[in-house]
Ligand binder design. Structure first.
Ligand SMILES: [Zn+2]
Ligand SMILES: [Zn+2]
Length: 264
């Protein structure tokens, strides 16, 4: 396999993705238990020595929970975050394992070219990432209150896109969450709904009808369901006469178990 991608978990109770190419691997976020992360690495054939970095999107616990153990146990890893995110992370990470970037400025980790870009979410300085290697692009956009032109430009050419489909608005509104939490999730800096994810995909496909794989992620346990998310997104696409097929693959990544290892 050339370039591989696996979601170890995706959702409001923990997030961690893995990208591997040759003998190099990256993690994006470390919001599940160390045990699950190490198991995921083993299952996808990545040795502990091969992991060269963990990219942090923002300081919420479902993204940083296991930063201390991961940076301690993986010998060649460094954790990458911007300054404001580091300041907001309350988990201890050794100084020599920390690296700081500026949002909007590209940098390399081994052969991976990384581009962090700003996203609207209620955190210190949250980012999405595009990762470029071997003429391919993988982009991760979750924990976004709404789609922005800037994000859209960053993900337009992605070969594999992880896109948030957090909730079904009707379910959220009728559900048991307190009013302030509903307001937060639905707000400009909250989370992306199924329909918003579908609308974003419509615009992407209209702007660039390339072959791509889309993984719907960060689903809410209470306010969504994999089949609901998929149906809502497909229906939104169908309204624009866009059909899922060989050029457009859409799947949901699980909240608490590993996806397959996708070849990108
Ligand atoms: Zn999150
Ligand atoms: Zn968050």
């Amino acid at each position: 396999m050339g370039l591989g991608f696996c979601s170890f978990a995706s959702g409001s109770s923990g997030n961690c993705y893995m990208i591997k190419y040759d003998n190099e691997a990256l993690l994006i976020d470390a919001g599940i238990s160390g045990k699950k992360i190490f198991q995921g690495l083993e299952d996808t054939g990545v040795s502990m020595e091969d992991v060269c970095g963990v990219l942090v999107t923002h300081e919420h616990i479902d993204h940083v929970k296991s930063l201390p153990i991961v940076t301690k146990k993986l010998p060649n890893i460094k954790a990458y975050a911007n300054e404001n995110t580091w300041a907001a992370i309350e988990r201890p990470v050794a100084d020599e394992k920390r690296a700081t970037f500026h949002t909007g400025e590209d940098f390399y980790i081994e052969d991976f070219l990384i581009r962090p870009f700003p996203i609207p979410h209620d955190a210190a300085e949250p980012v999405g990432y595009s990762i470029y290697i071997a003429d391919r692009q993988i982009s991760i956009v979750t924990d976004v209150g709404h789609m922005t032109d800037e994000i859209f430009e960053e993900i337009i050419d992605a070969d594999l896109l992880v896109l948030e489909a957090n909730h079904e608005e009707e379910i959220l509104l009728m559900g048991s969450y307190p009013y302030h939490l509903k307001r937060r999730i639905l707000g400009e800096k909250g989370h992306l709904s199924n329909v918003s994810a579908g609308e974003c995909l419509c615009s992407l496909i209209e702007a660039n009808p390339k072959k791509r794989r889309v993984l719907l992620g960060h689903l809410s346990r209470e306010n969504n369901d994999p089949s609901v998310a998929l149906l809502a997104v497909k229906n939104t696409l169908m309204e624009k006469d866009i059909f899922v097929g060989s050029d457009l693959k859409i799947e949901v990544v699980n909240r608490d178990c590993c996806s397959c290892l996708y070849e990108v």
